[in-house]
Write a protein that binds this ligand. Structure first.
Ligand code: CA
Length: 756
């Protein structure tokens, strides 16, 4: 395994370097600039431990293979570039290691650029053991790259990149000048850590090339990296050039796929995809010519459509470079797909994408799907694919593939953690036995922790009792640390200011007896305002709006008016909210522009006498495909006399780069909801552009109708087992799709009669 090329090693190495090699120990930016002015091949600049704020670091010079120019931290993990900082590398044989970018963001288009400017591109240079942690621009829709690779024969390895929250690829290989093509770059042993759902296009973790230069070869090697929870958008890796190799990478719980989007002649081999049953986890998507996909392993993937474990696309005849080139001569062999939901052949077939895959081979694959639904889907003519030696072990298959051999296969987990047929006679099937998935301790750096848990709540182990006294909760939150639980005593808790929340806090009422509980009253327009780092869980509480003033935009919980970088979660369980009536538009929850909730969960709760919406998630009105909530779950709750909709969710536009929003609305009772004249949607539940919707077993009584509007993509919507009483029937609309609304309606009753 790799160990850090530490200062001692460097200095020892210098002993055999040219006689003039020098060490420059620098303590500030002036000293750095002075050292840089005299730098020569073989020299080393050592950055002193500490915080280097607002440091737009530049390095260039003519190093040599036997005498590189080196920038190194005094000690690993102790040199921090913060504030408005960046690094630009030009020249030849430059070596950079040991830096941490944190607590700030790049003022430029990149955090680390392998070019100083358009004339001075890096060659034969290496960045290793560098950390970029949360170094994101404050507005999620302001774009940058964290790393831009230009030039020739550069290496980016053993780095740790986590928590990019703004738009733009995490690492981009650029081919925009001739000097950057056929580059032989190497990207290896990096830890690409959690990249949260962006809620827009531009959330790729790695992109090689662009459609404009996709006719050129990049010849980049992407090897032995780990992609952990890289959920930014539908493409984890977007390959947009030719001649690349993607080998030995591991994808853990990552939504989306490795997509061969543009460019020909790429090799994808020996990669391991482990979805662990998480929504939208996918594998490899094939487009273009002469692509080889072999010896890969996929397990526990749940993606469908373009995010299937294996997707072979239909193309556009004579496709322009930015559309879909027909698949020709794809070689897809010896892959194992197990416990996965979907493989799609001829995906995306429509009037425009009418050219099916041709002259292609699909051989010796071992294929095991879920028992429910169709495991292997065929959406086009597949006579141009030669099938041989494949075996289906489980799952239903489209009738076009009814000849494919099928029989159960006993599987055993081998020492490498992967499943193989127990019967040695089947060893020619599926992925090879000698796969060795790269391990977490082999990627990134060993002096900076990789992020672990996903739930922000109740992680600290601290539980603090809060007395029923004015502002006691304010003080308790000020003193709390993230992950704390605050337990409220019975009685009234009056709060006279808006609580600015920048931590993950659980507020829990002591168990209610005889209607006696912890009651929160507040005398400002909002009780909570979420800001960066804020997550809120409310359990077993009463929230009463009686003391709130008449103010524009009243909401019990709202987000700050500034953008929030990090996605957040809000949960309400066994919460009673009442009396938000001081004016005509008092919401329970308002999510503002440039904010995205990973999850809003409302369960076993009740809401009564509210003039506005329970959840307003409709601030992204520009129709760029952006939105405010990824998962919305409203379950087993009651809504009485609510003027606005229970939820107003809006995702407009035609972009297809996101999976969400995802709405579950089940087991609720609504009475007199959505009828206020101020409710512009005219609905009791307004879902616009939601991708996956389940509305089941609800009772809608004397209120406005349910409204579902589909925009792009292939929305999955079901409305089942609901009772609509003295309520207009659901309003279902398609904005782009020609035909009847794609909604599964079943078992619903309108005033006692079945409704379709
Ligand atoms: Ca994309």
């Amino acid at each position: 395994m790799f160990t850090r090329l530490c200062l001692g090693v460097i200095l020892a190495w210098l002993a055999v370097s040219p006689a003039h090699a020098e060490n420059h120990f620098v303590r500030n930016q002036n000293e750095y600039a002075h050292a840089l002015a005299q730098i020569e091949a073989g020299d080393v600049i050592i950055l002193a431990n500490g915080v280097w704020r607002d440091f737009e670091m530049v390095i260039t010079g003519e190093g040599r293979a036997d005498a590189p120019i080196t920038i190194i931290s005094e000690e690993p993990g102790k040199v921090f570039l913060t504030g408005q900082s960046s690094l630009r590398i030009g020249g030849n044989y430059i070596f950079v290691t040991g830096l941490i970018f944190r607590d700030g963001y790049s003022p430029r288009g990149e955090v680390i650029s392998f070019r100083r400017n358009k004339q001075d591109l890096a060659r034969n240079s290496r960045v290793t053991e560098v950390v970029i942690d949360g170094f994101s621009k404050p507005d999620r829709y302001e774009s940058d790259y964290w790393v831009g690779l230009y030039g020739q024969s550069n290496r980016f390895d053993h780095n740790l990149l986590v928590g990019k929250t703004n738009k733009g690829v995490t690492l981009a290989v650029r081919l925009d000048s001739e000097e950057s093509r056929e580059n032989n770059h190497r990207i290896d042993h990096n830890y690409f850590g959690p990249r949260p759902v962006l809620g827009s296009n531009g959330g790729e973790t790695l992109r090689v090339g662009t459609s404009r230069y996709s006719m050129f070869n990049s010849n980049t090697l992407v090897e032995n990296n780990i992609f952990d929870r890289c959920d930014g958008e539908v493409e984890i890796i977007s390959s947009k050039a030719g001649g690349n190799i993607y080998r030995g990478n591991v994808f853990l719980r990552s939504r989306g796929t490795l997509t061969l989007r543009h460019g020909d002649g790429n090799l994808v081999e020996r990669n391991v995809f482990l979805g662990e049953g998480k929504d939208y986890t996918g594998g490899i998507r094939v487009i273009n010519q002469h692509q080889t996909v072999r010896h890969n392993y996929m397990e526990g993937l749940r993606g469908t459509g373009f995010s299937s474990a294996l997707t072979v696309m239909n193309g556009v005849p004579n496709s322009p470079v930015n559309r879909y080139v027909q698949v020709l001569n794809a070689h897809i062999a010896n892959n194992t797909v197990i416990d996965s939901r979907r493989i799609t052949l001829g995906a995306g077939a429509d009037e425009e994408r009418s050219a099916p895959p041709i002259e292609s081979v699909f051989a010796n694959n071992l294929l095991g799907g879920l028992e429910s639904g169709t495991f292997i889907e065929v959406d086009a003519d597949i006579s141009g694919i030669a099938f041989s030696g494949n075996r289906i072990t489980t799952g239903n298959v489209h009738s076009a593939l009814s000849d494919m051999p099928r029989a159960p296969v006993a599987m055993e987990r081998a020492e490498n953690g992967l499943l193989y047929p127990a019967d040695e006679a089947l060893s020619a099937l599926g992925a090879p036995r000698d796969l060795q998935p790269v391990a977490l301790d082999q990627v990134g750096v060993n002096w900076y922790a990789k992020p672990s848990n996903d739930t922000p709540f109740a992680t600290s182990g601290n539980v603090t009792a809060v007395a029923a006294q004015e502002n006691a909760l304010v003080a308790a939150i000020a003193n709390a640390e993230t992950g704390d639980v605050l337990e409220l005593a019975h009685g009234e808790h009056v709060i006279d200011r808006t609580i600015q929340l920048g931590k993950a806090i659980t507020i829990k009422g002591a168990t209610q007896e005889d209607g006696q509980g912890a009651v929160l009253m507040f005398s400002r327009p909002s009780l909570f305002e979420l800001r960066e780092g804020g997550n809120l869980q409310l359990i077993n509480l009463v929230i009463d709006g009686a003391l709130a003033p008449d103010s524009v935009g009243n909401a019990v919980i709202r987000t700050t008016t500034y953008p929030i970088k990090s996605n957040f979660q809000i949960e309400m369980d066994s919460v009673q909210v009442r009396g938000l009536v001081v004016n005509k538009s008092f919401n329970v929850l308002t999510l503002g522009k440039s904010t995205l909730a990973d999850r809003v969960l409302i369960r076993n709760s009740s809401f009564s006498d509210i003039t506005g919406a329970v959840l307003s998630a409709s601030a992204e009105t520009e129709d760029f495909g952006q939105y405010n909530v990824e998962y919305l779950d409203i379950i087993d709750s009651a809504f009485n006399n609510v003027g606005g909709p229970v939820a107003d969710v809006y995702r407009g536009g035609r972009d297809e780069s996101t999976f969400g929003p995802f709405v579950t609305f089940t087991g609720n009772a609504l009475s007199n909801v959505g009828l206020a004249t101020t409710n512009g949607s005219g609905a009791s539940l307004n879902l616009h552009g939601v991708q996956t919707t389940k509305v089941a077993r609800n009772a809608f009584f004397k209120g406005a109708p349910l409204r579902i509007v589909h925009t792009v993509g292939t929305p999955v919507t079901s409305v089942e087992g609901n009772a609509f009483t003295q309520t207009a029937k659901p309003v279902l609309e398609e904005l782009n799709y020609e035909g009847e609304p794609r909604v599964l309606m079943a078992g619903n009753v309108l005033d006692g009669e079945p409704v379709e």
